[in-house]
Design a protein around this ligand. Sequence first.
Ligand code: SF4
Length: 67
Amino acid sequence: MSLPSSPPPGLCGACLNVKTVETRRGSRFYLCTLAERDPRFPRYPPLPVLRCRGFVPAGTAPEARTG
Ligand code: SF4
């Protein structure tokens, strides 16, 4: 099943700090987990995110996280 059209997530789509939330209606939201401890990051960043100082490529070891 394909999802309804939504903006591309940009960096959030490949970031270790993102948590995706899908609704029963098929909408997908990108929750920035850095927002829990750093107010500079919005909980739900406007997409697409093209530049972000908190970006950590997914697959990076957790020890390499910044913050
Ligand atoms: S740190 Fe930046 S790129 Fe990563 S999920 Fe948060 S807003 Fe998106």
